[in-house]
Design a protein around this ligand. Sequence first.
Ligand SMILES: Cc1ncc(COP(=O)(O)O)c(C=O)c1O
Length: 304
Amino acid sequence: MTHTVLTFLDRAFPDGRIEDATKPQLFATDLGATRGDGVFETLLVLDGHVRKLPAHLARMSKSAALLELEVPDHEAWERAIVTALDEYQRVVGPLTEVVVKLVATRGVEGAHEATCWVAASAPAPAAKRQREEGIDVLLLDRGYDSDLAERAPWLLLGAKTLSYAVNMAALRYAHAHGADDVIFTSADGKVLEGPTSTVLIAHAEKDDAGRLTLKRLVTPQLDSGILPGTSQGALFAAAKDAGWELGYGPLEPEDLFDADAVWLISSVRLLTPVNHVDGTAIGTDPELARALTAELAGLFDKIA
Ligand SMILES: Cc1ncc(COP(=O)(O)O)c(C=O)c1O
């Protein structure tokens, strides 16, 4: 079993309260456990550095605001992260690659105070393999229109809530049908996102000498009821500086099949190439796809 280091945010312990992750720590009446009512973030620590911390904390504040949930300020989270990572280094080992999860629930029923903790653990080994070998995905219908988010704010589309049972069920469905992952589509036929990742596609053009003359990176419309990815945001900024054209959908399944390369990207799994969608191979030039992956992965690696 992987070792998890737990640090609770607690008014009585300004730097966070370390607890034993092998012992029960939550009340059975915590609304995070009974209703999935809360928000979370998953971050990656590489060689001691917490990647994209400001973007994750900003998104957590946005998610919490959508849920009308009061959570501790960024400084309190930062102190708890430092405490968790110090403890991880002490009891587990070096901070070469660590997954840090920030969780805030609506707290114990009737208490009106969020329950908040930081959990640090080692990443799952599958992520590295998938990055190297690529993945096969299924398109699965999420059942609502891409313009629903604005019409129905109570659905909390675009917030990173703890209610991930549907996302996990979609992944199980994919695994049971021979695929590794999922790309959700909307009822009006738009490409949305993965259950735990953002979709990216690329088009490239070469001149007669084989030099790339155009590189275009596209992600689905950010306001189509998806979670805006911190990885997508950071990679787009880096790609723009490196001369890529950028686009924000709308994307339809045909655009995946017409692309030179398709990826799922997230903070922990990083840039993962998609080999097949619904059994159809993506891209017609594997060498070009590999070159595009290498270039974007290089840009993404450099992001703090
Ligand atoms: C639904 C969903 N979309 C996108 C992402 C990617 O977000 P990020 O790049 O910030 O990790 C995640 C991350 O877990 C997610 O759960």
